[in-house]
Design a binder for this molecule. Structure first.
Ligand SMILES: [Zn+2]
Length: 186
């Protein structure tokens, strides 16, 4: 950190959107790192350090949320995709690391490699099975709109769309009118 601070002073602030500078815990400390050594020891420096640490914690939480979402979306909730089982390991308490993380991970990996049942339960998808079974390539013909729609999910979306409802409304009112006309002529 010290070395980097000095390098930054010489070269100006780096691009925090590129390479190693995107790393959590670098950009958050930029202002603090730019302080001259004597200022770091003063009230201003200490405050800046505290703020930097808070920002890093916030960034870490945000990153963890994004990662969780990504794992869920890509593995758990993804329809029609064969994925290996996913397990959660609780890393909150570092004093329980060996029991909660390391040993569990070894058991999980060994059971996966050996193809033997695992004593820990993997996460299950919250996507209902019927949604997972939806065919993405099926042809569905909408009689109302006289349109071909590919994919079950897309068809469901179509049936719920304003476009479809609009056509349905027009056709319904046309039908009512023709029926009225019929009754009048009879
Ligand atoms: Zn339609």
């Amino acid at each position: 950190m010290k070395y980097m601070g000095r390098e930054m002073l010489k070269a100006g602030p780096p691009d925090y959107t590129k390479g190693v500078f995107q790393t959590l815990g670098l950009k958050e400390f930029h202002e603090y790192l730019m302080l001259p050594p004597e200022k770091k020891e003063q009230e201003e420096g200490k405050k800046l350090l505290e703020v930097s640490i808070d920002n890093m914690k916030m960034g870490t939480r945000r990153y963890a949320r994004r990662q969780n979402k990504m794992v869920k979306g890509r593995f758990l909730e993804h329809p029609n995709r064969e994925v290996p089982p996913i397990f959660t390991l609780d890393t909150t308490d570092l004093s329980k690391w060996d029991d909660e993380v390391k040993n569990k991970a070894i058991v999980i990996i060994e059971s996966f490699i050996n193809g033997s049942p695992c004593e820990y339960k993997s996460l299950t998808s919250s996507t209902p099975e019927d949604i997972k079974k939806l065919n993405r390539h099926s042809s569905n013909y909408c009689e109302i709109c006289e349109r071909l729609i590919i994919g079950d999910k897309e068809f469901a979306i179509h049936l719920n769309s304003n476009r479809h409802k609009k056509v349905l409304k027009i056709k319904n009112s046309l039908m009512v009118n023709t029926q009225k006309a019929k009754t009048v002529s009879e």
